[in-house]
Design a protein around this ligand. Structure first.
Ligand code: SF4
Length: 380
C-alpha cells in the first residue's frame, strides 16, 4: 500500500483495518508529509509493534527522478519517471515572497490544445493520487534539505495544478491530493494558495465547488466560441456561455472573489485590440454569457516546432493589456521563468506513450486557426 495515495480520512480508515486509532493515523500522516519520513523506523513516536506492522504492508513510494535541471533564475524542473515509458514534469518557481510548485496530473493530456506542447504529445494515463502528491512531497523535502530551511518555515507556499494534464479529467485522484495539500496535518496550505487550472470541464467545476473549492484558473485563450473551438477543442463540448455560468457559480464558494483567466498570446491569432474589446464584453457579461469577476493573465507563447504558431510581439501584448486595463480589468503579463530549461508555461513535455494519436490529429490540415491580424481574416 502506497501511503501517499491517502488523504487523512482514507489513512484513518486504513489504519483502523490494522486495529489502530485515528490519532495514530494523524501521527503517521504528519511524519510522511510534514517531516518527509520514508522509513518507518524513523517514526519514533509510533509503537514498535505498529512500525513492524507497517514495514510488512505499506510504503511511501517516491517517483524515480529521471532528471533535474536548474535555471539561472532559480527555477528548478524535475522529470519524474512514472513507468512504461511515461514521464511527467514538475517545476519550482522561487520568487521574493513565495515559492510556487507547478505539478502534473496526467501523463500527457487528451484535451489537445493547439498551443500546448503537452497536448501535442497525446495522452497515456491518469496519475494516481500518490503520483500527484509524490511530486509535492519530493520537491518539498528535497528543497528543505538543499536550502537548509529551518523547521516551521515553508519552501513551497503555493501549488498550482498547471503542469501536464487536465486535472479535472482526473478528478478522483485530484480531490484527495488537494485535501492533503490543505490539511493542517499535511502541508497546511490555504485554499487561496492552491490553484486548479482547467481548460473548462464544466461539470467538474461544479463538483470541485462542492468538494474542495480551491482557487480556480481557466485557460481561456479566445474571446469567442469560433476561435476557442480551434484553440481549446473542449470548447466544442462546453462553450463559453456554459463555462462562464460554471465560473460565476464557482465564485459563490471560491476562496477568492475572482477567477483567473489565462490567455496565451498568439501572434496574429488572438492578440488584436478588437479581440481585447471582445474579451472585455465577454467577461463583463455583454456577449451572452454571465459576467465573471476576473483577473486576466496574459502568457507569452513559448513556441514549439509542431504548433505552427508564434509568440505575439511584446508591444502587441502591452497594447492588448492596456485595452483591458483601461476597461478596469486587472491584467498581468506573466514573466517567463525557466526559459533556459524549457520550464516555462506550455513547455512541459515530459515523455508520453501516446494512446490517442494526438500528433497526427493536431497536424491535420483541416485544423485551422482564424487569423485576424495583420491582413484581416485568413487561415493559418
Ligand atoms: S493546455 Fe492544459 S488542457 Fe490544454 S492540452 Fe495542455 S495540458 Fe491539456
Amino acid at each position: 500500500m502506497n501511503l501517499l495515495d491517502f488523504d487523512l480520512d482514507a489513512l484513518t480508515a486504513w489504519c483502523e483495518t490494522l486495529g489502530e486509532k485515528r490519532f495514530r493515523a494523524v501521527q503517521l500522516f504528519r511524519w510522511i508529509h510534514q517531516k518527509g519520513a520514508r522509513d518507518f523506523d524513523q517514526m519514533s513516536d509510533l509503537a514498535k509493534s505498529l512500525r513492524a506492522k507497517l514495514q510488512g504492508v505499506a510504503e511511501i513510494r517516491p517517483l524515480p527522478i529521471a532528471s533535474e535541471q536548474a535555471s539561472a533564475d532559480g527555477t528548478i524542473k524535475w522529470l519524474f519517471d512514472v513507468g512504461a515509458g511515461n514521464a511527467v514534469e514538475a517545476v519550482f518557481i522561487p520568487e521574493d515572497d513565495r515559492g510556487t510548485l507547478c505539478i502534473s496530473s496526467q501523463a500527457g493530456c487528451a484535451v489537445g490544445c493547439r498551443f500546448c506542447s503537452t497536448g501535442h504529445q497525446g495522452f497515456s494515463r491518469n496519475l494516481t493520487t500518490g503520483e500527484i502528491l509524490a511530486q509535492l512531497w519530493q520537491a518539498e523535502h528535497h528543497l528543505r534539505q538543499r536550502l537548509s530551511v529551518p523547521a516551521g518555515e515553508r519552501v513551497i507556499t503555493n501549488v498550482v495544478m498547471m503542469g501536464m494534464g487536465e486535472p479535472l479529467q482526473n478528478y478522483a485522484a485530484l480531490v484527495p491530493a488537494l485535501k492533503v495539500m490543505l490539511d493542517d496535518h499535511g502541508y497546511g496550505l490555504s485554499r487561496r494558495r492552491v490553484t486548479v487550472s482547467t481548460s473548462g470541464v464544466v461539470p467538474m467545476i461544479e463538483r470541485l465547488k462542492a468538494d474542495v473549492p480551491v482557487a480556480l484558473a481557466v485557460s481561456l485563450h479566445a474571446p469567442d466560441d469560433a476561435l476557442r473551438d480551434q484553440l481549446v477543442p473542449l470548447n466544442r463540448k462546453y462553450p463559453l456561455r456554459e463555462l462562464f455560468e460554471a465560473c460565476a457559480s464557482y465564485l459563490e464558494a471560491a476562496p477568492r472573489d475572482f477567477i483567473t483567466f489565462e490567455y496565451c498570446m498568439l501572434d496574429g491569432v488572438n492578440d488584436s485590440p478588437e479581440q481585447a474589446r471582445q474579451l472585455i464584453a465577454l467577461v463583463q457579461g455583454k456577449a451572452g454569457a454571465p459576467r465573471v469577476p476576473c483577473k486576466l493573465n496574459l502568457i507569452p507563447f513559448n513556441p514549439f516546432p509542431a504548433s505552427g504558431l508564434h509568440r505575439s510581439p511584446r508591444e502587441r501584448v502591452l497594447a492588448f493589456a492596456q485595452v483591458l486595463q483601461d476597461a478596469g480589468i486587472v491584467t498581468t503579463i506573466r514573466k517567463t521563468r525557466g526559459d533556459d530549461i524549457a520550464a516555462a508555461c506550455g513547455q512541459l513535455a515530459g515523455e508520453v506513450q501516446d494512446r490517442t494519436r494526438a500528433a497526427e490529429r493536431l497536424t491535420r490540415p483541416e485544423v485551422k486557426v482564424v487569423r485576424v491580424h495583420p491582413a484581416g481574416p485568413s487561415a493559418a
